[in-house]
Design a protein around this ligand. Structure first.
Ligand code: FEO
Length: 394
């Protein structure tokens, strides 16, 4: 087992590493997950967050490498979701006199609802002296539940940010500069797109507060600790929380007898011909959480479905439903609905309705192709793509 790691003088990482977890609420976690918890050895021994219940033993073993867990005086619950609070009942049992702090209202209510434990409420801006250090709490509601808050330690200039700035990335190395940074950034973006995206406005407010802090480290509750690339991850969050888009296209489709596929290929080639990077994605072969990663900063999104039993393909509907739940801000995004049909163009029309509901700009009508597209039909898609690009420039 990986030992507890001293990440800064008297501050220890004591979390859990979930090497083989491959799904978080249907979002694929191909690099595993970590549940980071931090132990501060000050006059009041303070634990920040815990770990998922299935990791209680390993979490307690790590704490025990530093101190007897019964000596913990303070537990800060930045977020009650069970990946961070699942081991709270165990700590409460071992250290029944430790004071548990959670955000006033939502945090305290959630601790009570989940565990029947009474926590002490803290409000945004409130401070707590634990000895040499003063901790400041800042609530960050909806990043990612109503109860979320972050905790700042003044002496160490460390922000314990919980879900914010996290990545689902299991590693024995705790810091950004010790890991493959490309993979860490990819996982940070995938995490943002699949977990935080619905709460972009709230995340932006939290980010604006974080940017005012003097920071040596950002210690999230998932993935690596930011110490060498703090400015970079803040810049990325600035771009993501303000919905900045790249000049790129994703073309998402399913197909039965290759007609919609032929259209999708032609649309992809048309974007490339116009100098716009494009990615062709068959929904059968890419998980929706990875499609969202690809589309979250794409200016152009084309979605194609044939017609199956008077409906769009369930695979395409699944992707669009997942996207709708994430409520992306699509008002500056250019969409296209396309697809084939035999006798009624219902599949592509349903795709169009979904994109319209999701507030995409739709400068061209649905492109519905009966039976098999001819060379001429396919060539016309170049004009369709040009119209999309023109609309983006207006
Ligand atoms: Fe990592 Fe919202 O829990």
């Amino acid at each position: 087992m990986l030992n507890a790691i001293e990440i800064s003088p008297d501050i220890w990482w004591v979390g859990g590493i979930d090497w083989n977890e491959r799904s978080f609420h249907g979002y694929t976690t191909e690099k595993g997950i970590t549940y980071n918890a931090y132990l501060i050895m000050d006059e009041k021994i303070t634990l920040i967050d815990t770990a998922k219940a299935t990791f209680t033993d390993e979490f307690l073993q790590r704490i025990s490498q530093v101190v007897d867990p019964s000596k913990i005086d303070v537990v800060i619950t930045n977020h009650v979701e069970m990946d961070h609070s699942g081991s709270l009942p165990a700590i409460h049992k071992i250290a029944p006199n430790a004071t548990i702090y959670a955000s006033a209202g939502a945090g305290v209510n959630e601790v009570r609802a989940h565990f029947g434990i009474e926590a002490t409420p803290v409000k945004s801006g409130e401070t707590l002296s634990i000895g040499k250090r003063t901790l400041t709490f800042v609530t960050t509601p909806m990043v990612h539940w109503p109860d979320n808050m972050v905790t700042y330690s003044d002496v160490d200039k460390i922000l314990f940010s919980n879900d914010a700035f996290g990545q689902h990335f299991a590693s024995t190395k705790r810091f950004d500069d010790e890991n493959d940074l490309c993979e860490v950034y990819k996982q940070a973006k995938k995490y943002y797109a699949n977990i935080v995206w619905p709460y972009g406005m709230q995340a932006k407010k939290a980010l604006d507060v974080v940017k005012t802090l003097d920071l040596n480290m950002i210690c999230p509750s998932h993935g690596v600790i930011w110490r060498s690339h703090i400015a970079d991850i803040l810049d990325k969050y600035e771009a993501w929380t303000t919905y900045q888009m790249q000049d790129k296209a994703v073309v998402v489709f399913d197909s039965m007898w290759h007609s919609t596929e032929a259209m999708a290929r032609e649309i992809t080639d048309a974007f490339i011909k116009e100098g716009i990077p494009a990615e062709l994605i068959d929904v059968k072969h890419m998980h929706v959480s990875d499609i969202i990663l690809e589309m979250c900063d794409a200016k152009y999104v084309a979605v194609g479905s044939p017609t199956l039993n008077s409906n769009m393909m369930p695979t395409v509907a699944g992707f669009l439903t997942y996207m709708r739940g994430l409520s992306p801000n699509n008002s500056m995004r250019i969409g296209l609905a396309f697809g084939s049909y035999g006798w009624a163009p219902l599949g592509p029309k349903q795709v169009y309705a979904e994109l319209e509901n999701a507030k995409f700009q739709l400068p061209v009508p649905v492109v519905a192709q009966q039976w098999i597209p001819s060379e001429e039909n396919l060539a016309e898609l170049q004009d369709t793509v040009c119209k999309m690009i023109e609309a983006a420039q207006e």
